[in-house]
Design a protein around this ligand. Structure first.
Ligand code: SF4
Length: 193
């Protein structure tokens, strides 16, 4: 059985003026696999992250859901937060209840219902998430372009002009693709070859 913690952010009044965060924190505590649920004014702040770390230790959490803003803004913040408390960063999921909910709805009841669904989906996802290790793989600055039609030829030239070695592969005996099969091109009637 998972032991997931749910942390719901008010974002000042950005979320809490439209979504009933206290009610959700109370309800989510009874969700399958959820061992702890709470809400806080600013979850990304130092005290907010402290709440997450303390709860992880106290409740032995093996997954974390942060219901707040877009992951574009704070996914890394919360990944580093849980990692600092010994949990793999991919065992943390964010539910975007600000940009995708409180900022686009006015009806509190509806917005709260939608936020509940978004959080429950994140809980379901984190339940199935596997821990991953990050790998560093050396990258060679070489490109392989498959297909010697116009797009492939142009891409090869662009990459070569950017200073990288390119290998262009074409399965037929000639390059030029469909273009090379045409006689003239509209509107200038230039010879396509
Ligand atoms: S975590 Fe996101 S939603 Fe919460 S206070 Fe910080 S910026 Fe606002």
């Amino acid at each position: 059985m998972s032991r997931i913690g749910v942390f719901i952010c008010h974002c000042g009044v950005n979320i809490s003026s439209v979504v009933d965060v206290e009610k959700l924190a109370e309800e989510l505590a009874h969700e399958d696999g959820v061992a702890f649920s709470t809400e806080y004014k600013y979850m990304c702040s130092d005290p907010g992250q402290r709440i997450i770390k303390d709860a992880m230790e106290e409740h032995d959490l093996d997954g974390v859901v942060v219901a707040s803003c877009s992951p574009r803004l704070h996914e890394r913040t919360f990944q580093l937060c849980v990692e600092g408390a010994g949990l793999n960063r991919y065992k943390m999921e964010m539910a975007n209840i600000r940009e995708q909910c409180s900022w686009v709805h006015k009806d509190k009841e509806f917005a709260t219902e939608k936020a509940r669904d978004l959080i429950k989906m994140a809980v379901a996802k984190v339940r199935k998430n596997q821990p991953f290790d990050q790998l560093s793989i050396p990258v060679f600055k070489k490109a392989l372009v498959i297909g010697g039609g116009i797009a492939g030829m142009q891409a090869s030239i662009d990459i070569a002009n950017a200073g990288h070695k390119v290998t262009l592969v074409e399965r037929t005996p000639t390059i030029g693709g469909r273009m090379a099969q045409l006689d003239k091109t509209f509107p200038t009637l230039d010879c396509s070859a």
